[in-house]
Design a protein around this ligand. Structure first.
Ligand code: PMV
Length: 316
């Protein structure tokens, strides 16, 4: 018997970083990129092969470098959490989500591996339990995650997310067209979160004011998504980007991509995710986004993906 488990990428539309401090944020799954784990029964021990990074991990063996150490920790945590006493089988994991680029690759990889291991060992996982365990594994990669990445990836739904609150799925009215542009510079979410923490510690009042401005943006963005107001959503994205610049988590490359897309008449644009590199998003006017795409490539984007956020009903 073999199992195939997939999990999507995600983008944060508004609210990253402030979300770590209890402010809401909105994220949506991006199904056109995904992590995939293929598992099969084999006698003996449990092995995990990650061809994308050229590593194979044998459960219980000593790690040889940082990438292997993180994946070993991930396997150990999953096995312990599922209470599996005789871990076995072979898992091949691969992902079309760029690493360290603000698109939720670690949450997607953990979700796919966790589902595959649960399947191999006949362990039924309720979605809430899956979400809890993926959150725990996110601490291996990011230190102190808010929980937004695992939530949107595991529930595979647009979410209005607040730390330590029950999940709120978001209804979307009409379609919203985005371009997701890769700056070609991976960046560490852990470092970006740490940078904001230092700012917060240095000047709590000023930083908290920025977070409150972001809260207002997120709540207005929620109404835009629920009522189909793309133009207003675009303006809010730009406002959010300016505040993230104040928090110093954008980068010169990302800023250049944001300005280029706005000059080409995108409705809005901003960095997305941890920042300091990675991907930015531009909200465009329907499927005729050619000018914005051309402008992004001219401004240095190494890849531009078109993503349609489709109308959906909230189901919780
Ligand atoms: O860079 P990503 O895709 O892991 O997104 C991080 C989002 C932050 O708000 C910066 C951190 C968090 O844990 O919410």
């Amino acid at each position: 018997m073999s199992y195939v488990a997939k999990a999507p990428a995600k983008i944060i539309l508004v609210g990253e970083h402030a979300v770590v401090y209890g402010i809401p944020a909105i994220a949506v799954p991006v199904n056109t990129m995904s992590a995939c784990a293929r598992a099969r029964h084999t006698p003996g021990t449990l092995t995990l092969s990650a061809a994308d990074i050229g590593r194979t991990i044998v459960f219980g063996e000593q790690a040889t470098d940082e990438a292997t150490r993180q994946l070993s920790q991930l396997l150990t945590h999953i096995i312990e959490r599922l209470g599996i006493s005789d871990p076995r089988g072979e898992i091949d994991v691969s992902s079309s989500i760029p690493f360290s680029s603000g698109l939720g690759s670690s949450a997607a990889i953990s979700t796919a591996i966790l589902r595959a291991i649960a399947g191999l060992h006949d362990r039924h996982l309720a979605v809430d339990e899956l979400n809890d365990i993926v959150f725990e594994t996110e601490t291996i990669f990011h230190g102190t995650p808010s929980g937004i990445d695992n939530t949107v990836v595991v529930y595979q739904s647009p979410v209005y997310f607040m730390k330590n609150r029950s999940i709120e799925k978001l209804a979307i009215r009409d379609e919203f067209h985005f371009l997701i542009a890769d700056s070609g510079r991976p960046a560490s979410t852990r470092d970006a979160v740490e940078h904001v923490r230092k700012l917060y510690q240095a000047d709590r009042r000023a930083t908290a004011e920025i977070f409150e401005d972001i809260r207002r943006i997120v709540d207005s963005a929620k109404s835009c998504l629920q009522s189909g107001h793309a133009c207003r959503l675009g303006r809010l994205m730009v406002e959010n980007h300016r505040l993230l610049q104040h928090l110093q988590v954008s980068s010169a490359r990302i800023d250049a991509l944001v300005e280029a897309s706005l000059a080409a008449r995108a409705l809005g644009a901003k960095m997305s995710g941890g920042g300091m590199g990675g991907n930015m998003i531009a909200l465009v006017n329907g499927p005729n986004h050619g000018d914005v795409k051309t402008a992004l490539i001219k401004a240095g984007a190494v890849q531009v993906r078109h993503f349609v956020l489709r109308q959906c009903q909230e189901s919780l």
